[in-house]
Design a protein around this ligand. Structure first.
Ligand code: SAH
Ligand code: SF4
Length: 374
C-alpha cells in the first residue's frame, strides 16, 4: 500500500491524475504481491480485463510492478504470453517508472534488476492516501531466509534507512498534522544492524521524542525482540501497546524446518514477558498451516500456543510453495482437504479469542483515533 502511494506520486509528477474508473485510465499499473500463489491468478485475471480494454482504446499503457515482477518465471510468462503488458519494472528500480513511461514508444519494455541498489530517499512532499495516518519505511528487504518465504528473493537483502532521515520524515508528518505513523520493515527489530546506526529500541525512542501522537510498527520477528524494546514501549505512552508477533507454527519440529530460529518455549517466554510488562497490550500473529510434512501432532502444538496466548487477532494462511525457496522442494504429503480443515479449525479458535479481546472493551471509555466516516 505504501509503495503504491509512492508509485502514484511518481506518476502524478508527470501530470497524470488518479482515477478509480478503469475505463477512464490512460495508464494502468498493477503493483503486485508474491507472498502466496493465489495473487498470481488474481493479477492475470485482472490483466485479462485490461487486455480487453486495449482493444477499444489502443493507446492505453499497461504496467506491472512489485514482487511478482521480480520473479523470473513471471517475467518469462509475460514475454511469451502477454505482449499487451507494456511496462514491467521490479522492486529495485521503482524510480525508473517516470523515465519508462515518458520514453515508451509502443514496444514492450521490461526492466528488472536482480540486485538491490542503495536506499533511495523519496522525500516527503507527496500526497498520501490518508492525512491522519502515515506509513514510514525504516528498512527494505530481509536477510532471514525463512525456508517458505520469497521476500528475501524479491526484496533483496536488508537495507536500513538512516535514522536521521526517518526522524526528519516523522517530524515533517507531525508538522503536517498527522496523528499516527506506522514504521515499516520485514523485521523491524533488526533495524540498523546493516548500518552503523542506532538499534530499533533507540530509534523508537527518537521517534517517540518527536511527539507524534501515535506510533506503531510492523513486523517484529520473535527472534531479536530485546528487553530494551519492551522497556521503551512501556515508558513511552505514544508508542501504541500493539505488537504483531508472527508465530507461524507452534511445533518445534516445523519451526526448525521453517528456519524460524526460535522454539515454542522461547516464543511463549517472550509472549509472557510482553504481557507482564504491558498487561494491556494487544498481541496479534501470523500462522501458516499445512507446511510440508505437518502432522496432526504438529498442528495441535499450534493450537496449544493459540489457546495459551489467546491472540487478539491473527492472519492465517495455508502454506503456498514459492518457486526458488527451500520449502518448495520439501516433500509435501498433507492433502489439500486436511490443510483446509486445519485452517478452518484454527480460524474458529482465533475468532473466539478475537471476540474475547473485543469484549474486554465493553463498557470502557478509551481515547480513539477517528480516521474517517464508517
Ligand atoms: N516479515 C514478516 C512476515 C512477512 S510475510 C515476519 O517474518 O514475520 C507475511 C506472512 O505471510 C508471514 O508471516 C507468513 O505467515 C505468511 N507467508 C509467507 N510466506 C508464505 C508462504 N509461502 N505460504 C503461506 N504463507 C506465507
Ligand atoms: Fe520472510 Fe519475514 Fe522470514 Fe523475512 S523474516 S524471510 S520476510 S517470513
Amino acid at each position: 500500500v505504501h509503495d503504491s502511494e509512492e508509485i502514484s506520486a511518481l506518476i502524478e509528477s508527470l501530470g497524470y491524475i488518479k482515477t478509480d474508473v478503469l475505463e477512464e485510465a490512460d495508464f494502468i499499473i498493477l503493483n503486485t504481491c508474491a507472498i502466496r500463489e493465489n495473487a498470481h491468478d488474481k493479477v492475470f485475471g485482472f490483466l485479462g480485463r485490461c487486455k480487453h480494454l486495449k482493444k477499444e482504446k489502443k493507446d492505453i499503457i499497461i504496467g506491472l510492478c512489485g514482487c511478482m515482477a521480480q520473479e523470473e518465471s513471471v517475467v518469462n510468462e509475460i514475454r511469451e504470453k502477454h505482449p499487451y503488458i507494456d511496462i514491467v519494472f521490479g522492486t529495485h528500480n521503482m524510480n525508473d517508472l517516470p523515465k519508462m513511461l515518458t520514453n515508451y514508444y509502443g514496444k514492450q519494455d521490461i526492466e528488472v534488476y536482480s540486485k538491490e541498489g542503495d536506499v533511495i530517499e523519496f522525500g516527503n512532499l507527496y500526497k498520501r492516501d490518508s492525512n491522519i495516518s502515515a506509513w514510514v519505511n525504516i528498512m527494505y528487504g530481509c536477510d532471514k531466509f525463512c525456508t517458505y518465504c520469497i521476500v528475501p528473493y524479491t526484496r533483496g537483502k536488508q537495507r536500513s534507512r538512516k535514522s536521521e532521515d526517518i526522524i526528519k520524515e516523522v517530524k515533517e508528518l507531525k508538522e503536517a498534522g498527522y496523528k499516527e505513523i506506522t514504521l515499516l520493515g520485514q523485521n523491524v527489530n533488526a533495524y540498523g544492524k546493516d548500518l552503523d546506526d542506532v538499534s530499533f529500541a533507540r530509534l523508537l525512542e527518537l521517534v517517540s521524542d518527536t511527539g507524534i501522537p501515535r506510533i506503531r510498527f510492523v513486523t517484529s520477528h520473535p527472534w531479536d525482540f530485546t528487553d530494551e524494546m519492551i522497556e521503551v514501549i512501556k515508558n513511552n505512552p505514544n508508542i501504541m501497546p500493539y505488537i504483531h508477533l508472527p508465530l507461524q507454527s507452534g511445533s518445534d519440529r516445523i519451526l526448525k524446518l521453517m528456519g524460524r530460529r526460535y522454539t515454542k518455549e522461547k516464543y511463549l517466554e517472550l509472549f509472557n514477558k510482553l504481557k507482564k510488562a504491558l498487561p494491556y497490550s494487544s498481541i496479534t500473529t501470523d500462522i501458516i498451516v499445512g507446511f510440508p510434512g505437518e502432522t496432526e501432532e504438529d498442528f495441535n502444538d499450534t493450537l496449544d500456543v493459540v489457546n495459551e496466548c489467546k491472540f487478539d487477532s491473527a492472519f492465517t494462511f495455508i502454506f503456498s510453495p514459492r518457486i526458488g525457496t527451500p520449502a518448495a522442494k520439501m516433500k509435501d504429503d498433507v492433502s489439500l482437504e486436511t490443510k483446509n480443515e486445519r485452517l478452518q479449525k484454527l480460524n474458529e479458535l482465533i475468532n473466539k479469542y478475537s471476540k474475547e479481546a473485543n469484549d474486554r472493551y465493553l463498557n470502557k471509555t478509551v481515547p480513539v483515533l477517528i480516521e474517517g466516516y464508517s
